[in-house]
Design a binder for this molecule. Structure first.
Ligand code: GAP
Length: 555
């Protein structure tokens, strides 16, 4: 595949073509930051949520002391009393710094810009690297302009033309040298404009400054202002401040608000966890990178309540257990990493935090930190201390303490929080699974094949069943096998078109096995079963299909 941008475009195109992900309300031109999951996408998301629920709530792993972990579920309302968000600090602090263009009124995040440089290349023959561009462009006299992070080469080309005042400037070489592994995104370019050669490079990320200009119209910016990310709505007939509420920006606060209810009704003893999966909403200013930063998304969160003296132990435990969960579902070592936050990155309430990060095709390295590969957050694991329960105790007047009848102590527990996004996980699994290889067509000619090598637990369809042709009793036999399978797993029946094309469609859907009823089935009762990854076929008894698929998929 040409580069990461190309790879991402192919993934997006496959996801649309095969019914994984559609832009929301597409018939009206879509709505930025909102996505719909089609027939295959909804199964993929359900499988992720079911895997999470089964592995963490119904059958959690053993704790660090070898004892079973106690975990229960919760499903709190999306809209809560607005006092919850005051107590949690979201009303005051859940903000991004924003600047508005005074001319075109478009709003930008003040801290998320690529500051690009364009300058005449003093030595066009010399090898171009990003470092060289930045060094050259630090010289006075070069043109600088701002560019939103995540822009592709076409957008950069038009920005460069505007900066140079030339309609003809052409992006020439994309730099894939020393510190650039992410050639698909804007990194560094040589630009040719007639006889002149320019260098284009940037700093990532930069902050908007007073003399910076709007990348869309060249207008001046306002001062940076705080912009609250919570989506507002009104409950009841009146639309005034008394009816103002919010669509929750995280599921966590629903857990904290119910902590005492759960404790009183379950007789759980510390340590224990409360888990929740549900929608969250954030009015992100620049939704971007496909579903990665959306305005409506699903979260999978655990608040794990423990003694203060054991919080470090449980933090380490969850950090590693959550990382292993993604590995177990197919995310590979070099694309997945666990990154501990530095003290200056920690939220004010957190004592420690680590992110599980994935290298998406659009992830961009932070060159200033010396990175050569980009990563983006999949899940965060934080030691939230007793901050939230204390805040809710103060604000609600309700007792949030836990009484330990062994030690006869009363205290507010510490909380370890693994908090992940379902949509980000789905995107990472799709990106990891996407592959292209070659397979013979009906005439034996090798053709490009697109295949999703999804982990069997995540595959939307586990087995597809085909009759080779629509006659000789084959459809009836195939339907009987399909009926036997679909009682136990997601199974699919298809009798239309050449069988080779039916295989390709299932490869694109990530279906691990395809079963074909053919002429030999009438003779000896066997069918072929084809493995998605190896494309190898073997013959097994028609009655053995269900147990074969179950055994091989470890369902
Ligand atoms: N309660 C902690 C919390 O909300 P967060 O890091 O803001 O922490 C947790 O969010 C996870 O939710 C992230 O790791 C990410 O997977 C997902 N997430 C956050 N914002 C998102 C967005 N705009 N679009 C998609 N997923 C998002």
């Amino acid at each position: 595949m040409a580069n990461d941008q190309d790879r991402m475009e192919r993934i997006v195109s496959l996801a649309k073509r095969r019914g994984f992900i559609f832009p929301s309300s597409e018939i009206y031109g879509g709505i930025n930051g909102f996505w719909d999951y089609g027939p295959l996408g909804v199964e993929l998301k359900r499988n992720i949520k079911e895997a999470w629920w089964r592995d963490l709530v119904r059958s959690p792993p053993e704790g660090p002391d070898g004892k079973p972990i106690q975990m229960v579920g919760l499903d709190a309302a999306i809209i809560m009393n607005p006092k919850v968000w005051e107590a949690s600090g979201h009303t005051e602090g859940f903000t991004d710094p924003m600047v508005d263009c005074r001319e075109c009124k478009v709003r930008f995040r003040a801290d998320r810009f690529t500051r690009c440089f364009v300058c005449e290349d003093p030595d066009p023959g010399q090898e171009v690297t990003v470092r060289r561009i930045i060094n050259v462009c630090k010289n006075p006299g070069c043109v600088t302009f701002l560019n939103e992070i995540g822009s592709g080469p076409e957008q950069l080309e038009s920005l460069v033309r505007r900066a140079l005042g030339s309609k003809k400037a052409k992006l020439e070489s994309i730099l894939v040298r020393d510190d650039i592994s992410n050639a698909g995104s804007v990194s560094g370019f040589r630009v040719i404009d007639g006889q002149r050669s320019y260098l284009v490079g940037g700093e990532w990320p930069a902050s908007a400054e007073a003399d910076d200009r709007c990348p869309r119209c060249g207008g001046r910016f306002t001062e940076a202002r705080k912009f609250n990310l919570m989506l507002q709505t009104h409950v009841g007939a009146l639309e005034d401040s008394s009816s103002l509420t919010y669509l929750r920006p995280e599921t966590a606060q629903g857990i904290f608000a119910n902590y005492k209810n759960v404790l009183d009704t379950t007789r759980l003893k510390i340590p224990f966890g409360i888990a929740q999966i549900g929608k969250a909403f954030r009015n992100e200013i620049n939704p971007r990178n496909y579903t990665f930063r959306s305005r409506e998304f699903e979260m999978m969160e655990i608040e794990f309540f423990c003694r203060r003296s054991e919080a470090d132990k449980w933090y380490e435990y969850w950090r590693d257990a959550r990382f292993q969960w993604y590995v177990g579902l197919g995310l590979k070592g070099e694309r997945l990493r666990l990154r501990d936050h530095k003290p200056d990155e920690l939220a004010h309430y957190a004592k420690a935090c680590a992110d599980i990060e994935y290298s998406f095709p659009f992830s961009r390295p932070d060159y200033e930190k010396g990175e050569t590969v980009g990563f983006d957050e999949l899940e965060g694991i934080a030691n939230r201390t007793d901050f939230d329960l204390k805040r809710h105790q103060e604000a609600s007047g309700r007792d949030m303490t836990y009484y330990d009848d062994e030690t006869k102590e009363r205290f507010i527990p510490y909380v370890i929080e693994p908090s992940g996004g379902v949509d980000r996980a789905a995107l990472a699994f799709l990106c990891e699974a996407y592959d292209e290889d070659e397979a013979p067509d009906e005439k034996g000619k090798m053709r490009k094949r697109t295949v999703l090598r999804l982990h069997p637990r995540l595959a939307p369809i586990k087995v597809a069943v085909f009759p080779l042709v629509r006659k000789d009793g084959m459809p009836e036999k195939a339907r009987a096998i399909w009926a036997a399978c679909r009682e136990h797993m997601a199974a699919f029946y298809d009798e239309k078109g050449a069988v080779g094309r039916r295989y390709r469609r299932q490869d694109e859907a990530g279906t691990p096995f395809c079963v074909t009823v053919d002429g030999q089935t009438n003779e000896d009762g066997t069918v072929t079963i084809r493995d998605r990854d190896t494309m190898k076929q073997e013959r097994i008894a028609a009655e053995a299909v269900l147990s074969y698929v179950r055994d091989h998929l470890h369902l």
